[in-house]
Write a protein that binds this ligand. Structure first.
Ligand SMILES: Nc1nc2c(ncn2[C@@H]2O[C@H](COP(=O)(O)OP(=O)(O)O)[C@@H](O)[C@H]2O)c(=O)[nH]1
Ligand SMILES: [Mg+2]
Length: 292
């Protein structure tokens, strides 16, 4: 399964970025609505501002995908935030299909007037064209497969929109460009890069997993301490001064030990990151919507 290969295996070089940008710009000209997928756990870090330049005023729907892995209340706050900004936003769980049909319906609603005008002018069979855009691993292929109802996206993980434009008919009025636009993740600042690493957007072999796990513990302690402690059965009155002590306790609880009973840091770090990525620690939103 070529396209199931981890998306993070692209190494983005300036050439790739330029190519992705060019290809998405071309594809955008062909569509009426752009559907931007972001990760509901990190709705800021999982966006690439270059998209604003590329799509300019074209109607857009922001989709908070992997909503199942994020906090329900926070998802709603993000949707409200975008709505206040005059931006249509919805949440989905593409794996389960929850919310995906609504995205199609909303895309239609956005373009309804335009379509009716075309039909009044006598254009028979006019339809709305949409495309999906987002950074690697955000769920584009899963989303497309869900709304298209079959496996249409053997896209692999090449930057940009690589195949010749093929359209998938979603219903009698909407067509979907079957190849998503792959945007590069932005590593402008440390927090963004770290957040992308937590969710698995950055290739693991180029990150220090032990350091990353400590950062994650530190971040979870701020607002998700209860979930973290509950998951690893850490006592409420466990005393610690540094995140590393929590990581060590998790290691002990999980038996991530080397001979002699020392903590196996690599093992516990990998386990923790893996469990976070899979939502085992809980539905957690790391980036909050700005308060209005
Ligand atoms: N929990 C959860 N996992 C998802 C969701 N959407 C996609 N995934 C998973 O995220 C990973 C990346 O998805 P994929 O569609 O290949 O991402 P792409 O690189 O943007 O095409 C896969 O393991 C999917 O099963 C979702 O809404 N919820
Ligand atoms: Mg894909």
């Amino acid at each position: 399964m070529e396209n199931r290969q981890n998306s993070t295996n692209i190494n983005w070089y300036p050439g790739h970025m330029a190519k992705a940008r060019r290809e998405i710009s071309e594809a955008v000209k062909l569509v009426d609505v752009v559907i931007e997928l972001v990760d509901a756990r990190i709705p800021m870090a999982s966006r690439n501002p270059i998209l604003n330049e590329i799509i300019a005023d074209k109607p857009r729907i922001i989709v908070l995908n992997k909503a199942d892995l994020a906090d329900k209340t926070e998802n709603q706050k993000w949707i409200n935030y975008f709505n206040i900004e005059n931006q249509v936003a919805l949440e989905t769980n593409s794996s389960q299909g929850a919310g995906v049909k609504k995205v199609v319906d909303v895309a239609y609603e956005l373009m309804k007037d335009k379509l009716e005008k075309k039909e009044k002018k006598g254009m028979v069979g006019a339809s709305i064209k949409v495309m999906i855009v987002g950074i690697p691993n955000v769920g584009k292929s899963t989303f497309i497969n869900k709304i298209a109802g079959k496996s249409t996206t053997e896209t692999g993980n090449k930057p940009g929109v690589t195949k010749k434009n093929q359209w998938v008919r979603l219903n009698e009025r909407i067509q979907l460009l079957d190849t998503p636009g792959v945007l590069w993740p932005k590593f402008d600042d440390e927090v963004t890069a770290r957040h992308l690493a937590y969710i698995g957007t950055i290739k693991d072999t180029i990150i220090d997993i032990e350091e990353l796990s400590l950062n994650l513990v530190e971040e979870l302690l701020i607002e998700n301490k209860d979930k973290l402690f509950e998951r690893y059965k850490i006592s409420e009155d466990f005393e610690y001064e540094m995140p590393i002590e929590i990581l060590e306790e998790i290691g002990r609880k999980r038996g991530c030990l080397v001979k002699g009973g020392e903590i196996d840091y690599t093992k516990v770090a990998n386990m923790l990151i893996d469990e976070f990525r899979n939502g085992k620690i809980g539905a957690i939103t790391l980036e909050k919507a700005p308060e209005k």
